[in-house]
Design a protein around this ligand. Structure first.
Ligand SMILES: Cc1cc2nc3c(=O)[nH]c(=O)nc-3n(C[C@H](O)[C@H](O)[C@H](O)COP(=O)(O)OP(=O)(O)OC[C@H]3O[C@@H](n4cnc5c(N)ncnc54)[C@H](O)[C@@H]3O)c2cc1C
Length: 432
């Protein structure tokens, strides 16, 4: 069970240390538990889940501040884990290509935009070795839908098309089935920590791999181990946190090619009396800096706004009220200012400012798609790397993170010469 026991870790020794208790770290830990490999999971925050985080809004409704969608839900391992653990998978479609009530668009324009967006993704293609150039080169000059295509790219990649690698986009594997977990994706991932030896409030400061054992220095003392699985966001690795001794310049360089883009959310309460339809809307059809809004998600009295790239960064810089003001302005533009009295503040995120994340999800810079494989590669048969940024085809997602953790833990098992599965741990987290 996750613990914040402040006991001093000094002198502790184990076979493997997993750094980070997000989807990747928990995937790694569960795989190690299945193989009977003694391990510890060291987590800087006072909670598990990392960029997966469900909180309660309006007293009872779970809202996901981080990941929310079971992308590629029909092959996403979290779907089966959810159902095995008593969580509810909502299979209703996301409605991203729809504009509820047709507001803000002239007749026929929603179809015209979807055709332009489809043409952009067709130009991206699925060739994993396509030329590694900026995605902006695929935009048709003068296309009136370019700003909204930029907006969609900012939601998908957390940045603009000039800083997005086409090869990386082409490698992303998407079955286009997107489901949700009614109780929250973050709650599901946190549930998966049950029974695992997680130490909270335990930031790792350095990883000394110069001696016969690896020494993981934390704010609560050092742990000696034979192998380490590093699952930290690429932005932290790029800036040398934690510090490797000796340094790993190749890893840092690979991580720098995979910076975290920014995506943020705002949640507003909305009274049922508001003259607002259910479904999805874009805030504005004519600008890149606009929100994607879910109106009454799951029939709940909420509006959820989603912002990416520079728009999200600028709103973060504007302070906690900036998201709400921006959402109110866009919603009033769509539905009239009379709706404003029906809206109230609930929550807003600031993932770029989060010191343990530094952003929302990784995107390969043009020319850097192959950095994912460089970041994923083990070092000396003792240092192993996981995290969403290392996933070859499911990067930027919680399922890619989870699979990467299991992959890295499998590498640990092989490297330590340990026998395969000895102690199966049930998927619902119950202890055997
Ligand atoms: C707003 C938003 C929306 C998203 N939407 C979706 C979505 O709909 N679907 C989807 O699949 N994905 C989505 N994602 C992405 C998804 O949340 C991430 O890809 C995934 O959770 C990353 O998991 P991870 O384990 O690789 O990294 P993390 O979850 O970041 O885990 C790394 C852990 O390491 C910890 N850590 C950091 N530094 C240290 C240190 N020095 N010592 C010890 N621990 C440390 C961190 O606190 C963290 O817990 C979204 C993310 C955001 C922010």
């Amino acid at each position: 069970m996750a613990s914040s026991d402040p006991r001093d870790l000094a002198g502790a020794e184990t076979a493997c240390v997993v750094i980070g208790a997000g989807a990747a770290g928990l995937g790694a830990a569960r795989r190690l538990a299945e193989a009977g490999v003694p391990h510890l999971v060291l987590e800087a925050r006072n909670r598990v889940g990392g960029r997966a985080h469900t909180v309660a809004a309006l007293g009872s409704f779970p809202i996901d501040l981080g990941c929310e969608w079971l992308h590629s839900g029909d092959r996403n391992p979290w779907t089966a884990l959810a159902e095995a653990s008593g969580f509810t998978v909502d299979r209703s479609p996301p409605g991203w290509g729809e504009q509820a009530g047709g507001v803000g668009f002239a007749p026929g324009e929603v179809e015209a935009f979807n055709a332009a967006l489809g043409a952009f993704y067709e130009a991206v293609g699925e060739d994993p070795d396509t030329e590694d150039r900026p995605a902006s080169t695929l935009l048709t000059a003068g296309n009136r839908w370019n700003p909204l295509i930029e907006a969609v790219n900012s939601y998908v990649s957390g940045t603009d098309t000039a800083r997005t690698s086409v090869r990386d986009l082409a490698r992303y594997a998407d079955t286009e089935v997107n489901w949700r977990v009614l109780e929250g994706y973050g709650a599901l991932i946190a549930h998966h920590a049950a029974g695992l030896p997680v130490v909270l409030d335990c930031p790792v400061l350095s990883i000394d791999h110069s001696g016969p054992l690896v020494r993981v220095e934390t704010a609560r003392g050092a742990v000696a181990c034979r192998a380490v699985v590093v699952t930290l966001p690429s932005g932290l690795i790029a800036r040398g946190e934690p510090r490797f001794v000796p340094a790993l310049p190749d890893k840092q360089a690979a991580a720098a090619g995979l910076p975290l883009g920014v995506a943020d959310k705002v949640f507003l309460s909305v009274t049922p009396a508001a003259d607002i339809p259910r479904g999805h809307v874009f805030g504005r059809p004519d600008r890149a800096g606009t929100g994607s809004y879910h109106l009454f998600p799951h029939g709940r009295p909420l509006i959820e706004g989603f912002y990416g790239g520079d728009c999200a960064r600028d709103l973060e810089a504007g302070g906690p009220d900036a998201f709400e003001s921006f959402a109110r302005e866009e919603l009033a533009g769509l539905f009239g200012s009379a709706v404003l009295r029906h809206l109230g503040p609930l929550a807003a995120t600031a993932w770029a400012a989060d010191p343990h994340a530094l952003g929302s999800y990784s995107t390969a810079l043009p020319g850097h798609a192959d950095d994912r494989a460089r970041l994923a590669g083990p070092v000396d048969g003792r240092l192993f790397f996981a995290g969403e940024a290392t996933s070859p085809n499911d990067f930027s997602t919680a399922h890619g993170a989870y699979e990467s953790g299991r992959r890295a833990a499998g590498e640990v098992v092989a490297a330590l010469g340990l026998a395969p599965a000895r102690q199966p741990v049930p998927a619902d987290g119950r202890q055997t």
